[in-house]
Design a protein around this ligand. Structure first.
Ligand code: PAF
Length: 291
Protein backbone atom coordinates (compact mmCIF):
# COMPACT_ATOMS: atom_id res chain seq x y z
CA UNK A 1 0.00 0.00 0.00
CA UNK A 2 1.33 3.38 -1.01
CA UNK A 3 1.34 6.01 1.74
CA UNK A 4 1.18 9.62 0.49
CA UNK A 5 1.44 12.76 2.57
CA UNK A 6 1.34 15.31 -0.24
CA UNK A 7 -1.24 16.19 -2.85
CA UNK A 8 1.34 15.79 -5.63
CA UNK A 9 2.22 12.25 -4.55
CA UNK A 10 -1.38 11.02 -4.44
CA UNK A 11 -2.23 12.79 -7.70
CA UNK A 12 0.59 11.05 -9.50
CA UNK A 13 -0.65 7.68 -8.16
CA UNK A 14 -4.17 8.52 -9.37
CA UNK A 15 -2.93 9.62 -12.81
CA UNK A 16 -1.15 6.31 -13.25
CA UNK A 17 -4.17 4.24 -12.13
CA UNK A 18 -6.51 6.24 -14.39
CA UNK A 19 -4.16 5.81 -17.35
CA UNK A 20 -4.50 2.04 -16.86
CA UNK A 21 -8.27 2.47 -17.08
CA UNK A 22 -8.91 1.56 -13.42
CA UNK A 23 -12.02 2.80 -11.62
CA UNK A 24 -11.06 4.80 -8.56
CA UNK A 25 -12.94 4.09 -5.33
CA UNK A 26 -12.47 6.59 -2.52
CA UNK A 27 -13.09 6.31 1.22
CA UNK A 28 -12.57 9.63 3.03
CA UNK A 29 -12.08 9.22 6.79
CA UNK A 30 -10.75 10.91 9.89
CA UNK A 31 -8.95 7.72 10.91
CA UNK A 32 -9.03 5.66 14.12
CA UNK A 33 -10.52 2.84 12.13
CA UNK A 34 -13.20 0.45 13.30
CA UNK A 35 -15.15 -2.22 11.43
CA UNK A 36 -17.44 0.49 9.99
CA UNK A 37 -14.53 2.13 8.14
CA UNK A 38 -13.24 -1.26 7.02
CA UNK A 39 -16.70 -2.11 5.62
CA UNK A 40 -16.52 1.04 3.46
CA UNK A 41 -13.09 -0.02 2.17
CA UNK A 42 -14.22 -3.61 1.51
CA UNK A 43 -17.26 -2.34 -0.37
CA UNK A 44 -15.00 -0.09 -2.46
CA UNK A 45 -12.68 -3.05 -3.09
CA UNK A 46 -15.59 -5.11 -4.46
CA UNK A 47 -16.56 -2.54 -7.07
CA UNK A 48 -13.45 -0.51 -7.95
CA UNK A 49 -10.11 -1.29 -9.62
CA UNK A 50 -8.18 0.87 -7.18
CA UNK A 51 -9.13 1.93 -3.65
CA UNK A 52 -7.82 5.13 -2.11
CA UNK A 53 -8.49 6.06 1.48
CA UNK A 54 -7.74 9.38 3.18
CA UNK A 55 -7.11 10.13 6.83
CA UNK A 56 -7.47 13.76 7.80
CA UNK A 57 -8.91 15.06 11.05
CA UNK A 58 -10.54 18.12 9.54
CA UNK A 59 -10.47 20.98 12.05
CA UNK A 60 -12.91 22.95 9.87
CA UNK A 61 -15.81 20.65 10.76
CA UNK A 62 -15.33 20.83 14.54
CA UNK A 63 -16.96 23.57 16.63
CA UNK A 64 -14.82 25.54 19.12
CA UNK A 65 -16.17 23.51 22.07
CA UNK A 66 -15.84 20.16 20.28
CA UNK A 67 -13.30 17.35 20.51
CA UNK A 68 -10.85 18.25 17.70
CA UNK A 69 -7.77 18.28 19.95
CA UNK A 70 -8.54 14.96 21.62
CA UNK A 71 -10.14 13.21 18.63
CA UNK A 72 -8.64 9.68 18.76
CA UNK A 73 -5.73 9.06 16.39
CA UNK A 74 -3.61 5.96 15.68
CA UNK A 75 -2.09 6.27 12.21
CA UNK A 76 0.18 3.20 12.41
CA UNK A 77 -2.70 0.89 13.33
CA UNK A 78 -4.89 2.51 10.65
CA UNK A 79 -2.25 1.88 7.99
CA UNK A 80 -2.04 -1.79 8.97
CA UNK A 81 -5.81 -2.27 8.92
CA UNK A 82 -6.24 -0.48 5.58
CA UNK A 83 -3.54 -2.62 4.02
CA UNK A 84 -5.20 -5.78 5.35
CA UNK A 85 -8.47 -4.97 3.56
CA UNK A 86 -6.61 -4.26 0.32
CA UNK A 87 -6.51 -0.46 0.16
CA UNK A 88 -4.06 0.50 -2.62
CA UNK A 89 -3.08 3.97 -1.47
CA UNK A 90 -3.66 6.02 1.63
CA UNK A 91 -3.52 9.82 1.64
CA UNK A 92 -2.57 11.38 4.97
CA UNK A 93 -2.10 15.11 4.42
CA UNK A 94 -1.03 17.61 7.04
CA UNK A 95 -3.29 20.53 7.99
CA UNK A 96 -0.91 22.87 6.08
CA UNK A 97 -1.16 20.71 2.95
CA UNK A 98 -4.96 20.96 2.99
CA UNK A 99 -5.31 24.50 4.31
CA UNK A 100 -2.28 26.59 3.38
CA UNK A 101 -2.02 30.07 4.95
CA UNK A 102 -4.14 32.04 2.46
CA UNK A 103 -6.89 29.43 2.24
CA UNK A 104 -10.23 31.26 2.04
CA UNK A 105 -12.74 29.32 -0.08
CA UNK A 106 -15.61 27.33 1.43
CA UNK A 107 -18.37 25.11 0.06
CA UNK A 108 -21.76 25.28 1.73
CA UNK A 109 -24.90 23.25 1.04
CA UNK A 110 -28.07 24.88 2.40
CA UNK A 111 -31.53 23.52 3.36
CA UNK A 112 -30.65 19.85 3.86
CA UNK A 113 -28.20 21.03 6.55
CA UNK A 114 -30.80 23.18 8.39
CA UNK A 115 -31.94 20.28 10.58
CA UNK A 116 -30.42 17.49 12.72
CA UNK A 117 -26.62 17.78 13.13
CA UNK A 118 -26.56 20.84 10.86
CA UNK A 119 -28.73 22.65 13.44
CA UNK A 120 -26.93 21.32 16.52
CA UNK A 121 -23.43 21.82 15.12
CA UNK A 122 -23.38 25.15 13.25
CA UNK A 123 -20.67 25.21 10.58
CA UNK A 124 -20.09 21.46 10.79
CA UNK A 125 -21.36 20.57 7.32
CA UNK A 126 -19.64 23.59 5.76
CA UNK A 127 -16.41 22.06 7.05
CA UNK A 128 -17.37 18.64 5.71
CA UNK A 129 -18.44 19.82 2.24
CA UNK A 130 -15.36 22.03 1.92
CA UNK A 131 -12.90 19.24 2.75
CA UNK A 132 -14.80 16.63 0.72
CA UNK A 133 -14.82 18.93 -2.32
CA UNK A 134 -11.06 19.38 -1.99
CA UNK A 135 -10.57 15.62 -1.58
CA UNK A 136 -12.81 14.89 -4.58
CA UNK A 137 -10.82 17.38 -6.67
CA UNK A 138 -7.53 15.80 -5.59
CA UNK A 139 -8.53 12.12 -5.92
CA UNK A 140 -11.08 12.47 -8.77
CA UNK A 141 -12.83 9.26 -7.72
CA UNK A 142 -15.44 7.46 -9.80
CA UNK A 143 -17.14 6.28 -6.61
CA UNK A 144 -16.98 7.49 -3.01
CA UNK A 145 -18.20 5.50 -0.01
CA UNK A 146 -19.96 6.88 3.07
CA UNK A 147 -21.56 5.19 6.08
CA UNK A 148 -25.29 5.30 6.79
CA UNK A 149 -24.61 6.22 10.42
CA UNK A 150 -23.76 9.72 9.16
CA UNK A 151 -26.88 9.79 7.03
CA UNK A 152 -27.20 13.58 6.85
CA UNK A 153 -23.55 13.85 5.85
CA UNK A 154 -24.05 11.42 2.94
CA UNK A 155 -27.30 13.17 1.91
CA UNK A 156 -25.55 16.56 2.00
CA UNK A 157 -22.66 15.28 -0.11
CA UNK A 158 -25.13 13.75 -2.57
CA UNK A 159 -26.87 17.16 -2.83
CA UNK A 160 -23.52 18.90 -3.29
CA UNK A 161 -22.27 16.61 -6.08
CA UNK A 162 -25.56 17.04 -7.94
CA UNK A 163 -25.59 20.81 -7.47
CA UNK A 164 -21.95 21.28 -8.45
CA UNK A 165 -21.88 18.62 -11.22
CA UNK A 166 -19.11 16.67 -9.54
CA UNK A 167 -18.80 13.38 -11.40
CA UNK A 168 -18.72 10.86 -8.61
CA UNK A 169 -21.17 8.17 -7.56
CA UNK A 170 -21.95 8.37 -3.84
CA UNK A 171 -22.41 4.92 -2.29
CA UNK A 172 -24.15 4.56 1.08
CA UNK A 173 -22.92 1.59 3.14
CA UNK A 174 -25.07 0.19 6.01
CA UNK A 175 -24.11 1.02 9.59
CA UNK A 176 -21.91 -1.56 11.28
CA UNK A 177 -22.92 -2.37 14.86
CA UNK A 178 -21.32 -4.05 17.81
CA UNK A 179 -22.84 -7.36 18.93
CA UNK A 180 -24.92 -5.44 21.49
CA UNK A 181 -26.37 -3.15 18.79
CA UNK A 182 -24.34 0.03 19.42
CA UNK A 183 -23.39 1.68 16.11
CA UNK A 184 -19.62 1.69 15.70
CA UNK A 185 -18.03 5.11 16.07
CA UNK A 186 -14.51 6.28 16.78
CA UNK A 187 -16.05 8.25 19.66
CA UNK A 188 -17.30 5.06 21.42
CA UNK A 189 -13.84 4.90 22.96
CA UNK A 190 -14.79 7.85 25.18
CA UNK A 191 -17.59 5.83 26.85
CA UNK A 192 -16.57 4.68 30.30
CA UNK A 193 -18.19 2.12 32.63
CA UNK A 194 -21.95 2.59 32.91
CA UNK A 195 -21.93 5.00 29.95
CA UNK A 196 -21.42 2.19 27.43
CA UNK A 197 -24.45 0.37 28.82
CA UNK A 198 -26.49 3.59 28.84
CA UNK A 199 -25.60 4.19 25.17
CA UNK A 200 -27.39 0.96 24.26
CA UNK A 201 -30.66 2.79 24.81
CA UNK A 202 -30.03 4.49 21.47
CA UNK A 203 -30.26 1.36 19.26
CA UNK A 204 -32.94 -0.02 21.60
CA UNK A 205 -35.11 3.04 21.12
CA UNK A 206 -34.67 2.76 17.33
CA UNK A 207 -35.87 -0.84 17.56
CA UNK A 208 -38.82 0.27 19.68
CA UNK A 209 -39.78 2.81 17.03
CA UNK A 210 -39.54 0.19 14.28
CA UNK A 211 -41.82 -2.02 16.36
CA UNK A 212 -44.35 0.78 16.90
CA UNK A 213 -44.50 1.45 13.16
CA UNK A 214 -44.81 -2.26 12.49
CA UNK A 215 -47.74 -2.32 14.91
CA UNK A 216 -49.44 0.31 12.78
CA UNK A 217 -48.42 3.64 14.34
CA UNK A 218 -48.38 6.34 11.66
CA UNK A 219 -48.08 9.49 13.77
CA UNK A 220 -44.45 10.69 13.76
CA UNK A 221 -45.03 12.74 16.94
CA UNK A 222 -46.10 9.62 18.83
CA UNK A 223 -43.15 7.59 17.57
CA UNK A 224 -40.75 10.40 18.52
CA UNK A 225 -42.33 10.61 21.97
CA UNK A 226 -41.91 6.85 22.51
CA UNK A 227 -38.25 7.13 21.47
CA UNK A 228 -37.65 10.09 23.80
CA UNK A 229 -39.28 8.27 26.71
CA UNK A 230 -37.14 5.20 26.13
CA UNK A 231 -33.97 7.30 25.88
CA UNK A 232 -34.62 9.39 28.98
CA UNK A 233 -35.53 6.30 31.02
CA UNK A 234 -31.74 6.07 31.23
CA UNK A 235 -30.58 9.09 33.31
CA UNK A 236 -27.11 9.17 31.72
CA UNK A 237 -28.63 9.91 28.30
CA UNK A 238 -29.18 13.55 27.37
CA UNK A 239 -31.17 13.96 24.14
CA UNK A 240 -29.92 16.40 21.52
CA UNK A 241 -32.59 15.53 18.96
CA UNK A 242 -35.02 12.81 17.98
CA UNK A 243 -36.46 13.55 14.54
CA UNK A 244 -38.31 11.87 11.72
CA UNK A 245 -37.94 13.24 8.19
CA UNK A 246 -38.96 12.23 4.71
CA UNK A 247 -36.39 10.84 2.30
CA UNK A 248 -34.39 11.75 0.36
CA UNK A 249 -34.65 15.50 1.12
CA UNK A 250 -35.08 15.40 4.92
CA UNK A 251 -38.34 17.33 5.07
CA UNK A 252 -40.83 17.48 7.94
CA UNK A 253 -43.78 15.12 7.75
CA UNK A 254 -47.06 14.72 9.62
CA UNK A 255 -47.77 11.16 8.53
CA UNK A 256 -45.46 8.16 8.33
CA UNK A 257 -45.47 6.82 4.80
CA UNK A 258 -42.99 5.57 2.23
CA UNK A 259 -39.38 5.71 3.38
CA UNK A 260 -38.58 7.89 6.36
CA UNK A 261 -35.50 8.60 8.41
CA UNK A 262 -35.60 8.35 12.19
CA UNK A 263 -32.48 10.07 13.52
CA UNK A 264 -31.17 10.40 17.06
CA UNK A 265 -28.35 12.41 18.59
CA UNK A 266 -27.68 12.11 22.31
CA UNK A 267 -24.96 12.91 24.77
CA UNK A 268 -23.69 10.40 27.27
CA UNK A 269 -21.48 12.43 29.56
CA UNK A 270 -19.39 14.51 27.16
CA UNK A 271 -19.71 12.02 24.30
CA UNK A 272 -22.13 12.91 21.53
CA UNK A 273 -23.45 9.89 19.65
CA UNK A 274 -25.68 9.70 16.59
CA UNK A 275 -27.64 6.85 15.09
CA UNK A 276 -30.54 6.41 12.69
CA UNK A 277 -32.86 3.99 11.04
CA UNK A 278 -34.49 4.13 7.62
CA UNK A 279 -38.03 2.90 8.08
CA UNK A 280 -39.94 1.57 5.11
CA UNK A 281 -43.60 2.16 5.82
CA UNK A 282 -45.66 0.12 3.37
CA UNK A 283 -49.27 1.10 2.60
CA UNK A 284 -50.58 -2.02 4.31
CA UNK A 285 -49.31 -0.85 7.67
CA UNK A 286 -46.35 -3.26 7.84
CA UNK A 287 -42.85 -1.84 8.14
CA UNK A 288 -39.46 -3.39 7.66
CA UNK A 289 -36.47 -1.61 9.14
CA UNK A 290 -33.53 -1.18 6.77
CA UNK A 291 -30.34 -0.50 8.72
O1 PAF B 1 -17.18 11.08 8.15
C1 PAF B 1 -16.03 11.53 8.33
O2 PAF B 1 -15.15 10.85 8.85
C2 PAF B 1 -15.72 12.95 7.91
O3 PAF B 1 -16.80 13.80 8.14
C3 PAF B 1 -15.22 13.08 6.47
C4 PAF B 1 -16.28 12.66 5.46
C5 PAF B 1 -13.99 12.23 6.28
C6 PAF B 1 -14.85 14.53 6.16
O4 PAF B 1 -13.86 15.00 7.02
Amino acid sequence: MLVCHTINEIKSFIRQAASLGKTIGFVPTMGYFHAGHLALMSEAKKTCGVVVCSIFVNQLQFGPQEDFACYPRDIERDKRLAEEVGVDAIFIPSAEEMYPPRFSTFVETKKITDCLCGKSRPGHFRGVTTVVTKLFNIIQPNMAFFGQKDFQQAATIQRMVEDLNIEVKIVLVPTVRDKDGLALSSRNIYLKGAQRQAALNIPRSLALAAQAVENGERDPAKVKMAVCNKLTAEPLVEIDYVEIYSLPYLEEISLLQGEVLLAIAAKIGKTRLIDNLVLKVPDNGQSSPKR
